[in-house]
Design a protein around this ligand. Structure first.
Ligand code: HEC
Ligand code: HEC
Length: 213
């Protein structure tokens, strides 16, 4: 009798323990597995350490981990539906990644060091700095710093790093939010911001961000 109670208490605790594990899949990321995926599947475009060799592909090094993970999920075509972030190249890249793979590779790139970039346009960089720090009160544009941080390092877990990114990529994303081709931003945060920006403002702030550190 005593044994029966003990064993049912035991199996109950096993049940509780295993259901806890099932409800919390976000175990510690495995950086070695993340690095293996990065070197096999991502390095050609994003660099083995997330410092991308060309402006066509964004840097991933030092990016906010949760943001990277969210993007990988957003690129995925689920049940034949259009992905939340529509990009043909990245849809192919994430097609075979599991949730664990995404967590591991995101953590690997997040922990890598970004080399950083430079601002190129002397005329635009001051306008860019003004917009980044203070927005544009005349059009109701908020300061980028409010959400992305004063140095552009991002604010985990929701707000991505911008600092040091290729100006070409940042500009392309601002235009995509502006035209609503990119629509995976929670509460339309970036779509409503980009809608308020002129072409010159988008170029200026992208150039400033490239040299921000
Ligand atoms: C053939 C080139 C190519 C390969 C290989 C590739 N990517 Fe990409 N990746 C891109 C391009 C291009 C973009 C920009 C997409 C856009 O404009 O929206 C991108 C965007 C991303 C983003 C979004 C970054 C941001 O700041 O929002 C993440 C995250 C990402 N890639 C992760 C990966 C991972 C992880 C792998 C490997 C499993 C990988 N990529 C392999 C080309 C590539
Ligand atoms: C109210 C908060 C908020 C403000 C203010 C804000 N952003 Fe964002 N931004 C976000 C969020 C949230 C995301 C992530 C969207 C997602 O999950 O894909 C983002 C994403 C971005 C991205 C995409 C990054 C990437 O790696 O693809 C760019 C570029 C960007 N913001 C630029 C700006 C600029 C420039 C400004 C100022 C003019 C600005 N943001 C102001 C919240 C904000």
């Amino acid at each position: 009798m005593k044994r029966a109670i003990l064993s049912s208490a035991l199996s109950l605790s096993v049940l509780v323990a295993s259901s806890c594990v099932a409800a919390q899949p976000s175990a510690k990321p495995d950086l070695a597995k993340g690095q293996a995926i990065a070197s096999q599947a991502c390095a050609a475009c994003h660099g083995a350490d997330g410092n991308s060799p060309t402006p066509a592909n964004p840097h991933l090094a030092g990016q906010v981990r949760e943001y990277l993970e969210k993007q990988l999920h957003n690129f995925k075509v689920a049940q034949g539906n259009k992905p939340e972030r529509d990009n043909a190249i990245m849809a192919g890249m994430v097609a075979n990644l599991s949730t664990d793979d995404m967590r591991n590779v995101a953590a690997y790139f997040a922990g890598s060091k970004l080399s950083g970039g430079v601002s190129r346009s002397r005329e635009l960089v001051f306008l860019g700095q003004k917009l980044y720090r203070a927005g544009n009160p005349a059009t109701g544009l908020p300061a980028c710093a409010g959400c992305h941080g004063p140095t552009g390092a991002g604010i985990p877990s929701q707000y991505p790093r911008l600092a040091g990114q290729y100006a070409e990529y940042t500009l392309a994303q601002l235009k995509a939010f502006h035209d609503k081709r990119r629509a995976n931003d929670t509460n339309r945060m970036m779509r409503s911001i980009a809608a308020k920006m002129s072409d010159t403002e988008m170029r200026a702030v992208s150039d400033y961000i490239a040299g921000l550190r």
